[in-house]
Design a protein around this ligand. Structure first.
Ligand code: NAD
Ligand code: MG
Length: 399
């Protein structure tokens, strides 16, 4: 009998991490959790270790590692607890690992995801921010190491499923006219512009179709998520920004489409449940049960489409600008957004100010060509400083 594939789950305590572990647990003969990482929810991480009995667990600090190691050893588990970025990179590149689920949120996932890529692993990419930040370097590393990169983002997974196997020859070569990237429109799809200043983090995190972490939920509400996905699609499928059209599709049943020169349009449909793209990527090129129920088209009844509104959702325009500018612009866009979203969640700014901060950062600092990872990290750092500066600026009516 073949041994189960060894899977590292970076960001195991998050929404994608938990869905991944749900799929892994359905197929114990095929998959085994090799390493699980967590950052803040350590009680949950401990419980996950008890269930999945991984070889390694990774936490943020030495102290957290000592505590978790104590409890796991006391429970008779042989799990070794590592910490910090070095620990994450170690379990991402470990020689015994077959596949890595990159599901840390934000720039914090960049180095561990790159470590998995450089080690030539099968990399299941949920952490879109890593690719947005370091696009060219990331894709070069994939080609150099022979890593197999499979998109987990539901839209990109759908596009991957709708493209022919040899799409890396070039989209034009395989007859693709454009990619149609669908977006639900988020919780504020119908909210008038003048009401957006009053929306709360709770409203922003209440997505109509998907249950996700707080950062991506706010990104969906501002449509920055679709902006990041536009950049993600350009790197994954070697597309120009102009070849990617964003289509609002409120039901989130069609996960994206590919439009071919002969007039054929291929789409991937399914219930909005991330276990579908996760199972697809884990088993690719085979298909396995994901636990997702069959699509009931009669219950859905209709599918609607609308053009996006860049007036109410300026993050779409800013993302397209950054995609076209290239170089360090997407890394700055991403970093400014991360700072702005955290500030919105902490109620330090109003919702429309997320876009104002990003706009200000992109206008203040000129993008430069990406020479190395250091260039990317310096741009990330500078954009965070500028965004913090914006947050701390004296406001009218304040001393
Ligand atoms: P989440 O907030 O639920 O989970 C994030 C995970 O990252 C947690 O395990 C957390 O412990 C870990 N983490 C957070 N900060 C960290 C840090 N500084 N260092 C190390 N680990 C850290 O987020 P999520 O919704 O699961 O999203 C994860 C990634 O997947 C994001 O990049 C998101 O854009 C992408 N994604 C998510 C969905 C979804 O449906 N949730 C869909 C598509 C793409
Ligand atoms: Mg998505």
């Amino acid at each position: 009998m073949t041994q189960p594939q060894q899977i590292t789950v970076l960001g195991a305590t998050g929404s994608i991490g938990l869905s991944t572990l749900d799929v892994i647990a359905r197929h114990p003969q095929r998959y085994q959790a090799f390493a699980l990482s967590g950052f803040s929810r350590l009680v949950e991480l401990e419980a996950l270790c008890m269930i999945h009995r991984p070889r390694y667990a990774v936490v943020a600090s030495v102290e957290a590692a000592r505590d978790l190691q104590g409890s796991l050893s006391a429970a008779g588990l042989g799990t070794r607890v590592l910490h910090g970025e070095a620990g994450l990179c170690e379990v991402a590149a470990h020689p015994e690992v077959d596949a890595v689920m990159a599901a840390i949120v934000g720039a914090a996932g960049l180095k561990p995801t790159l470590a998995a890529v450089e080690a030539g692993k099968k990399v299941l990419l949920a952490n879109k921010e890593a690719l947005v930040m370091s696009g060219a370097l990331f894709m070069q590393a994939v080609r150099r190491s022979g890593a197999v990169l499979l998109p987990i983002d539901s839209e990109h997974n759908a596009i991957f499923q709708c493209l022919p196997g040899d799409y890396s020859r070039g989209l034009a070569q395989v007859g693709v006219r454009r990619i149609l990237l669908t977006a639900s429109g988020g919780p504020f799809r119908e909210t008038p512009q003048e009401q957006l200043a009053a929306v709360t983090p709770e409203q922003a995190c209440a997505h109509p179709n998907w249950s996700m972490g707080r950062k991506i939920s706010v990104d969906s509400a501002s449509m920055m998520n679709k902006g990041l996905e536009l950049i993600e699609a350009c790197w994954l499928f070697d597309a120009k920004p102009a070849q990617v059209q964003i289509v609002i599709h409120p039901q989130s049943v069609i996960h994206s489409l590919v439009d071919y020169v002969d007039g054929s349009v291929l789409a991937q449909l399914g219930n909005p449940d991330m276990r579908t793209p996760i199972s697809h990527a884990l088993a690719w090129p085979e298909r396995i049960d994901s636990g997702v129920s069959a699509l009931d088209l009669f219950a859905i009844g209709r599918l609607d489409f609308q053009a996006p509104d860049e007036q109410r959702f300026p993050c779409l325009r800013l993302s397209r600008q950054a995609a076209e500018a290239g170089g360090t612009a997407p890394a700055m866009l991403n970093a400014a957004n991360e700072v702005a979203v955290a500030a919105f969640l902490e109620r330090r700014i109003r919702f429309p100010e997320i876009a104002s901060i990003i706009d200000d950062v992109l206008n203040t600092e000129t993008a430069v060509a990406v020479e190395s990872l250091e260039t990317v990290l310096a741009a990330d750092c500078r954009a965070r400083e500028l965004a913090e500066h914006w947050l701390n600026r004296p406001r009218r009516g304040e001393a």
